[in-house]
Design a protein around this ligand. Sequence first.
Ligand code: FA5
Length: 333
Amino acid sequence: MDAIQQLTQYEADATAAIEAAADAPALEQVRIEFLGKKQGRLKDLQALLGQVPVDQKPVLGKRFNEVKDKVTSLLETRKAAVERPAAAVDGVDVTLPGTPFRYGHRHPISQTIDEFKAIMSRLGFDPVDGPEIEDERHNFDALNIPQDHPARDPLDNFYLSAAKTATGSPLLLRSQTSTVQIRVMEKTQPPIRIVSLGRVYRPDDMDDTHSCMFHQMEGLMIDTNVTMADLKTVLRLFATAYLGEDVVIRFRPSFFPFTEPSVEVDMRWGDRWLEIGGAGMVDPNVLETVGYDPEKVSGFAFGLGVERFAMRRFGVRDIRLFYENDVRFLRQF
Ligand code: FA5
């Protein structure tokens, strides 16, 4: 065999061996045999080339390089192929692009609650929790709501039929977060600065701004010399922190059994006013009920509708959208 024939033979052998190698280790063996630098068939051919007459050298050299390049490239292609997973596994083409995975995220109302807590914590109010199932003492009695007050009407509350307190008194789903004011004051001495965010339940007729389950943020500050000016400042600071400097809120005189004086708070939204909460100075009767001296301490409380703020922030005109679990709606937040 002359040198040209040997090169052709080398090329054929190498091509066959590369095709036959089934995995990476087998392919490495082939590489050493055919392209090994220290020993191997390419090295032998190179030695042979050194012995051919000078006039044949250019042709042979060119052919040598061609064969070497071809074997090197075949080896690389095969290497990539054996390292890639088989295209079909159990009849499924695993190399096809997959369906993109959609991540879930927190509900817009949960996001709002987190943001409310963060803003109020910057104003020095610590978050506390209270139970959603309450007794009448915390939902009404201690809040100075008399026995014959319409707020206690069974038609305006979700009383539980199957459960009572240990002493046999009725239990209900809380209708307001003001219950937590009482729970905190019963256990703590002033100064107090807390917020409590959570669900409340009322059998209200549902419409674009009313739901039978919604969220409130209760705020309570008790100290010496707390005034209505502090209340208004905190509410304005909160509203602008959440909705921006251009938000307009107004205070309307109102009545709550547990605050005196009391106000209702509205927020401008387009061409209308949206009621966002109730507030006032904690009634001396309430302070006495929890064992405080109304001559020494005073304070304010407020209860804001969380959904109402979220509606304005996100431009959602119907509160019911938050609770329909339609992912096309929820995905926007
Ligand atoms: C109260 O619940 C009082 N506890 C607020 C309060 C706390 C006054 C502390 C004084 C001191 P009211 O029933 O107005 O008040 O409700 C407060 C806010 O909850 C409303 O302004 C409104 O923003 C929101 N809200 C009331 N009912 C609903 C409802 N069905 N759906 C959605 N939001 C509601």
